[in-house]
Design a protein around this ligand. Structure first.
Ligand SMILES: Cc1ncc(COP(=O)(O)O)c(C=O)c1O
Length: 340
């Protein structure tokens, strides 16, 4: 199947701008750095999830869904964008958030409230190990309960997992690579590297698929993990790329190499690191662009480090994907750590 033939509903403003970060590139003395501004894609304050939601919501519509249910952390960008997409398409939305309800909603949660999400359910946040030992997944249990209740009221629920299904991410981000290839072609250039934050891995899956389809796999895709170790990401990417190949019936394409770093996570997901703070302030001061502390700040810290260690060099073209997330900067937990 061709990607263009897969059902998709328009949610964002595409193509997003591709801008050269000249001052940052000069400062670092390495490759030319371009930023793909997926934070500016138009709906619900933007971000990478919109490209994936265009496929997920099309599937929801095809299944006759009346309510979408999704899940994430209390400060989830994915939940905010799913709620915005549901509003635009006239559907209801319920969120299952892992963590405690804060006294005051800030950052993404504040936006979820303004978007008027139908219900926000808070469940205990368990580590994967805790889920395994207790045999309980509070998110799955809550989602099943909501689905059952909606069905008994004659509604049709549609569940979108945290970060979207990797197939929807693959389709959405292959499209992003196609845009970049066209945009760089206008400058007589081609991408050597894509660099992106990596959480659920679906963005990276799509960038790899896009590199295979539109760059003969010659553009390398570097994922900077914000939470899981390299081993976990490698296994998940192997499976998700294979799923995308099977869905599209692709065989014999040059395969994109899996490149994932887990060196920039620090103490854990969402916990600030000095390198993230340096990256956030450097990009703001050199380019006037804001990164977020949880995803793009850590991904940029990784890119800066790779340049400083000579892994990415002069003469190469690096595309940094700004996957959004800036509302998370105004979350109560982040504000304290971002005092410069
Ligand atoms: C702003 C931002 N950047 C990057 C990511 C990671 O993307 P993925 O889950 O596709 O790996 C997320 C995921 O939630 C995000 O919100």
């Amino acid at each position: 199947m061709q990607i263009g033939a897969v059902e998709r509903v328009r949610l964002g403003l595409f193509p997003t701008p591709l801008v050269e970060l000249k001052a940052l590139s000069d400062f670092l003395g390495g490759p030319r750095i371009f930023m793909k501004r997926d934070d500016l894609n138009g709906l619900g304050m933007g971000g990478n999830k919109l490209r994936k939601l265009e496929y997920a919501m099309a599937d929801a519509i095809a299944q006759g869904a009346t309510t979408v249910i999704t899940t994430g952390a209390v400060q989830s960008n994915h939940c905010r964008l799913t709620a915005a997409a549901a509003n635009k398409l006239g559907m209801s939305c319920q969120l299952v958030l892992s963590g405690k309800e804060p006294k005051i909603a800030t950052g993404n949660l504040l936006l979820d409230r303004i978007l008027g999400v139908d219900a926000i359910h808070y469940v205990p946040r368990l580590t994967p190990e805790e889920k395994e030992t207790t045999g309980h997944d509070p998110v799955e249990e809550k989602v099943s309960e909501i689905e059952e209740q909606l069905r008994s009221n004659g509604e049709v629920p549609y569940y979108i997992p945290n970060g979207c299904r990797s197939l929807h991410g693959a389709l959405g981000y292959a499209g992003c690579v196609r845009e970049v290839v066209e945009q760089l072609h206008g400058l007589n250039l081609a991408p050597d590297y894509f660099v992106s934050a990596c959480g659920s891995v679906s963005t990276q899956t799509g960038l790899m698929l896009g590199s295979e389809l539109y760059c003969q796999a010659q553009a390398k895709v570097i994922g900077i993990s914000v939470s899981r170790d390299q081993d976990y990401i490698t296994k998940k990417l192997t499976a998700s790329v294979a799923e995308a190949h099977a869905f599209l019936g692709l065989e014999g394409l040059p395969a994109a190499e899996i490149i994932a770093y887990d060196d920039y996570i620090g103490e854990g997901y969402g916990i600030p690191t000095p390198e993230m703070k340096e990256a956030v302030s450097l990009v703001a001061r050199k380019e006037g662009i804001f990164l977020d502390p949880v995803y793009t700040g850590k991904a940029m810290a990784g890119l800066i480090d790779l340049i400083r260690h000579g892994e990415l060099r002069k003469g190469e073209n690096v595309i940094f994907i700004h996957t959004g997330g800036v509302p998370g900067m105004f979350a109560e937990a982040q504000v304290a750590s971002l005092q410069f």
